[in-house]
Write a protein that binds this ligand. Sequence first.
Ligand code: PHE
Length: 345
Amino acid sequence: MKREDIDRIASFLGDLKCKTQKEVEEARVRLLGKKGEITALFDEFRNVDRAQKAEFGKALNELKQKAMAKIEELKGTVADSGASDGPKADLSMPGDPFELGSRHPVSIVRQEIVDIFRKFGYDVAEGPEIEDDYHVFEALNFPANHPARDMQDTFFVSAGHPNPLLLRTHTSSVQVRTMEKMDVPIRVICPGRVFRNEAISARAHCIFHQVEGLYIDEGVTFADLKQAILLFAREMFGPDTQIRMRPSYFPFTEPSAEVDVSCNICHGKGCNICKGTGWLEILGCGMVDPNVLEASGIDSKRYSGFAFGMGLERIAMLKWRVNDLRHYFENDMRFLHEFATAPEV
Ligand code: PHE
């Protein structure tokens, strides 16, 4: 064994550069493998003179340490280059948790309602959120300056125009667009976001969601409306559900009614959710006013129809008893995660 052998390997190490992990591995085998050059020097070390053992031993150990450090350093800095390098990652490690999102409670309720009406043969129609006055009011029998417009505080986008743009206050505008486009018979539901200029509180919000429905054919009567609402209420709230109708007013329906369902929490005994009445208000409805049919070119002598509309946040409140509307809009993850496995009521 000669001093030069050690120096030669040390200078090789100093200059060693690798481009791939494969080259690093080759260098490791060449120096430190079973038949490697440094391994061979350790074998020869047995034959070194006693007098030189201390000096050579120290140099040889230093060389081995340096070689090991250099190989480790190269392993860490050289880029991966294909499968032949072997896996760098420990594939037996548990994977990173994959966080699943959950559907928003309003989306859950909307889907449920859409599914129910699809079973009854209704199509789904959508329309623009920024609408014109004609489709939100005029065609629905709200003449200009009619006090009924105050029922729905409106956000105007462009005022001072004979047919100003505004944020729709109900999805009845989509029903108008459907009547304009489609031939009778019409059976359609219109889910969507609506806007009203209300101060935000636990019980009111300036944005909410509706599903409205429209059915027009020959000979449609109030009895058909009542039956459709009863079937819907039983699908939505359970087979024992009862409904009651109270007279109401909407410019686009005549007669009009407000519908309550029997409280599915106390079953009519009276509780704090139904405020002791045993009934919960869920929607507005009525027979489509002949003026509305005529405005969209439908012969009101031949055809009649009914319409209804409900607020999705209100149904979600009844379903999950989250009685502060603001929760539905704040997107607090703690609230949204509650619905990952939403309990059925
Ligand atoms: N458009 C009404 C509202 O938003 C609801 C409704 C629809 C009432 C259809 C009767 C018939 O308040």
